[in-house]
Write a protein that binds this ligand. Structure first.
Ligand SMILES: [Cu+2]
Length: 451
């Protein structure tokens, strides 16, 4: 086959994947790259200089947004038609906290839109909120009539009304959509808008994950976020606080892309353990390879997207988290009384009884996981982290295929804006992919026989 003919088929494959290949989880069986063959990679330079393959050697893999669905589309001729319904959404952000947010199609953040550069899209926005709304396509170069700013480029979308946007996506990159009013953004009206490039990025990436960063101010015993507050006590990845966040699964030897989007009040320095990465893109699209440099923390500013890539060379369960200390915890004030709002010493007995109160409330057995010193009660400042570790491995929303095989009490170390990338050798990787597939397929009627 001549090389031009081969290119034609490869580009056709990219096109088809862009049209129809957007749902479902990645099974990297067909796409995983050969593991790096250097036996002893230097740990300080894990970051990713592989030889660049020709840019359309292999089609891109779909983006997976853990804990957030993809938005399906229908075709009207060549136009991809999407439907978004703005509505109130209940979201269980942690095993012991459910909030009343607003979102789209039952999800907060809203479902992820995936298109291919060059696509013509039509997005029908239905307003099922009790007030007017609007929709802005953040970072996309669209005609002013499609810009979504109430009173400037359109009338507000009244409750019960629908409004239709239509434009051609000529860019590639990580974008998002959001209502164009500050309070509605803060109560959750946003979602990802991924534009895949017409020719796949080089080097080829085997896994592509996206995470929306949000913060919430929710008083104890309340469910409605206070969108006027600057005191945030709940921090989420894709609308969930750890340990409810679903770990990202990667095959050992694969190349992983992570996309972070921030539409809150704080900037978030996102840190990856045990691996270096390179920043390969922003909200403006792909960055030239000459600008990539090794790092392990990326500051995701408000209204920005940051895209990073790394070679998953080291097996293990590697944390990914915002490194602002107050963003690495959950608010237990609902149940903990004075524990979090005082800095004066308390006794171990009192602290333990507070934790037991919380554990009882969510049906978890509180275990005193970390040892303390015999003289702890006499040391000013004690306790800080002591007794705060709450293992919830088996709580609803925490146990799932992606957490299979983690060490006991793993969830005690997971709070706030936190998840992990689990870099797994082939056998463990396949095992978890199989569990994921089984959990997604409809359950057959159970017939248990004695034998
Ligand atoms: Cu943060």
């Amino acid at each position: 086959m001549s090389s031009s003919r081969r290119n034609f088929f490869q580009e056709a494959a990219v096109f088809a994947a862009g049209l129809f290949g957007l749902s479902g989880r990645l099974d990297a069986t067909q796409t995983a790259s050969t593991p790096p063959n250097d036996q002893n990679p230097p740990h300080h330079y894990a970051a990713t200089k592989t030889k660049s393959a020709p840019s359309h050697a292999r089609p891109h893999v779909p983006v997976i947004t853990p804990d957030v669905p993809d938005l399906p589309f229908t075709l009207d001729g060549p136009i991809k038609v999407f439907r978004l319904r703005a509505e109130p959404v209940k979201r269980k952000i942690a095993p012991f906290k459910t909030i009343d947010a607003w979102g789209y199609n039952g999800s907060c953040p809203g479902p992820t839109i995936q298109v291919t550069q060059g696509d013509r899209v039509r997005i029908v926005v239905e307003n099922a909120l009790p007030e007017s709304t609007s929709m802005h396509w953040h970072g996309l170069e669209v005609p002013i009539e499609q810009d979504g700013v109430p009173f400037i480029s359109q009338k507000p979308i009244a409750p019960g009304e629908t409004y239709t946007y239509e434009f051609t996506v000529h860019q590639e990159g990580t974008f998002f959509y959001h209502a164009h009013s500050a309070m509605q953004e803060m109560i959750g009206l946003l979602g990802l808008f991924i534009a895949h490039p017409q020719s796949a990025y080089a080097p080829h990436t085997d896994h592509d994950y996206a995470i929306v960063l949000q913060e919430w101010a929710i008083l104890p015993s309340n469910t409605v976020p206070n969108t006027a507050s600057m005191e945030f006590n709940w921090l989420t990845f894709n609308g969930l606080s750890a340990p409810s966040t679903t770990p990202l699964i990667a095959r050992l030897g694969s190349r992983v892309r992570l996309r972070f989007v921030n539409l809150g009040m704080d900037h978030h320095p996102i840190h990856l353990h045990g691996n270096q990465f390179v920043i390969t893109g922003t909200e403006g699209g792909r960055a030239p390879e000459s600008t990539w440099y090794p790092t392990n923390t990326v500051l995701v500013g408000v209204a920005q997207a940051k895209v990073v890539e790394f070679e998953a060379r080291y097996p293990g369960d590697w944390m990914i988290h915002c490194h602002l200390p107050h963003h690495m915890m959950n608010s237990m004030m609902d149940l903990l009384g004075n524990r979090q709002i005082q800095t004066a010493s308390t006794s171990d007995a009192k602290a333990l009884s507070q934790m037991q109160t919380l554990a009882n409330a969510i049906g978890v057995e509180h275990v005193h996981h970390s040892p303390i010193a015999r003289n702890a009660n006499s040391v000013p400042g004690f306790p800080q982290d002591a007794f705060m570790e709450m293992a919830m491995d088996n709580a609803e929303g925490v146990t799932k295929p992606e957490t299979h095989g983690l060490p006991a009490n793993w969830s005690a170390g997971m709070m706030g804006m936190m998840t992990m990338v689990r870099v797994l050798p082939d056998q463990k990787y396949e095992e978890i992919q199989s569990l994921i597939r089984n959990s997604q397929s409809p359950k057959p009627e159970e017939h248990h026989h004695g034998s």
